[in-house]
Design a binder for this molecule. Structure first.
Ligand SMILES: Cc1cc2nc3c(=O)[nH]c(=O)nc-3n(C[C@H](O)[C@H](O)[C@H](O)COP(=O)(O)OP(=O)(O)OC[C@H]3O[C@@H](n4cnc5c(N)ncnc54)[C@H](O)[C@@H]3O)c2cc1C
Length: 396
């Protein structure tokens, strides 16, 4: 496994650092102060698109081979994607998720979608003419970790599917061109009844968008919405009917998570690094580094964050090489948010009343970081999956 960063990636990371200090972090602090997401018509998003952000990782029709489908990601560039995600999250993870792009809707399109669906839904993200977003909606008010419990239903009617249900906490849903929505053809079947649909903005019956209140990460919208007799063309069933034979629907969702878990994990590393830097700056200013107990705890945080990053890179390396990464994806997701939370907690302790007043970055990072243990499968769920894997039990 080659751990070096090539020159174009180093240059890209330097660009993000400049954007991070100048705009990403200030925007994140502003959204946190105002308690609402950065609006979709903000000039920052237009600037990003002009600078080549907000694009799909899909390389177009010629790249549409079976390896891409298998890995659920664009084979070959997962690690550079992780490096970029970590750096953006260092500056502000909420703003990073608010960036235009197909977002968490992209992995299922890559891994499950037909070439025609990728062309229709990812094509506009190849060279977007304006800020565009995609979204992913699995979670429901009464179904989070237990995805088998989703209650949104899908029934076929002629050449359409009729969707009914409630979704919650979907990133960027109200501003998205389309949302990958999971629903069930028969709730008694559990995961085997699951189907994924691409629901386009403006579809009749898609509505009631409401931005959720969050303790942190306020720069991007986490949104609930409803589907009421929502008529979706049959062509928008992700992968087509054939895909869902032999539990492929659920496997498709899990493949998506194998691509996105290391990404969420490395974002936690970014937040943790920011927290560690705040602690280090404070420690230097107040000569706390002379205290071996403080030094030891700071060093432990750095060590754990670096180890967590390596787990993320390993999961990405496997994906890049078309190899299964279920275990490594879970490991990265179980380890990184805990390491990042430790770094943010140490910062709160060291800064004491300076941090507790509520107007210091460390306090925001402390609120931001908690969600990283929750999204894309909680740490607890990852530990359950890994323990089952260790003793040779099936995933569910
Ligand atoms: C900031 C944020 C962004 C999000 N973005 C999205 C998004 O874009 N799209 C989307 O679909 N969802 C999104 N979610 C939802 C997220 O995926 C769920 O919150 C997550 O799956 C956990 O579900 P839950 O909140 O219902 O908690 P629950 O599943 O109710 O879990 C509550 C607690 O019980 C534990 N627990 C659950 N089951 C078990 C078990 N079997 N054994 C032991 N412990 C268990 C959990 O670990 C957790 O600690 C987001 C959530 C947040 C907070």
């Amino acid at each position: 496994m080659d751990l070096s960063l090539d020159a174009p990636l180093r240059e890209r990371l330097a660009g993000i650092r400049a954007l991070g200090a100048g705009q990403i972090r200030p925007l994140g602090l502003e959204a946190d102060r105002l308690g609402r997401p950065t609006p979709p018509d903000h000039d920052f998003f237009k600037l990003l698109v002009e600078r080549g952000q907000g694009r799909t990782r899909w390389k177009g029709e010629e790249a549409d081979d079976s390896k891409v489908r298998e890995a659920g990601a664009q084979v070959g560039d997962s690690r550079s994607f992780l490096c970029v995600s970590e750096e953006m999250s260092y500056w502000d993870r909420g703003v990073a998720v608010s960036f235009p792009g197909p977002g968490l809707g992209e992995p299922p399109l890559l891994s499950m979608g037909t070439p025609e669906q990728r062309r229709r839904f990812l094509g506009p993200f190849l060279e977007p003419d304006r800020p565009r977003w995609g979204s992913f909606a699995m979670t429901e008010p009464s179904a989070g970790s237990d995805v088998a419990g989703i209650r949104a239903t899908a029934r076929k009617q002629g050449d359409h599917w009729i969707l009914d249900g409630d979704k919650s906490f979907a990133a960027n849903a109200s501003r998205a061109d389309w949302i990958v929505v999971w629903a069930s053809v028969d709730t008694k079947l559990g995961r085997e009844g699951h189907r994924a649909f691409v629901v386009e903005r403006g579809t009749d019956g898609l509505g009631d968008f409401s931005v959720e209140r969050k303790m942190g990460l306020k720069a991007y919208e986490s949104t609930s919405f409803t589907l009421r007799e929502c008529r979706v063309p049959a062509a928008n069933l992700l992968g087509g009917e054939a895909h869902y034979a032999q539990r492929a629907g659920f496997k498709g969702a899990m493949r998506s998570f194998n691509a996105t878990r290391p990404m969420v994990a490395v974002m936690a590393v970014g937040i943790g690094r920011a927290a560690l830097d705040e602690s280090l700056a404070f420690a230097r200013e107040h000569d706390l580094g002379d205290d071996p107990r403080v030094r030891d705890r700071l060093e432990r945080c750095r060590r754990k964050l670096r180890a967590a990053r390596l787990l993320c890179w390993r999961a990405a390396w496997l994906a890049d090489h078309g190899q299964p990464n279920i275990l490594e994806a879970s490991m990265s997701k179980a380890v990184a948010p805990v390491a990042a939370l430790e770094a943010a907690s140490l910062g709160m302790e060291l800064l004491g009343e300076v941090g507790a007043r509520g107007d210091h970055l460390i306090e925001k990072l402390f609120r931001d970081v908690k969600a990283m243990d929750i999204v894309e499968g909680t740490g607890q769920i990852q530990r359950i999956l890994m323990a089952r894997h260790l003793v040779g039990l099936p995933r569910d």
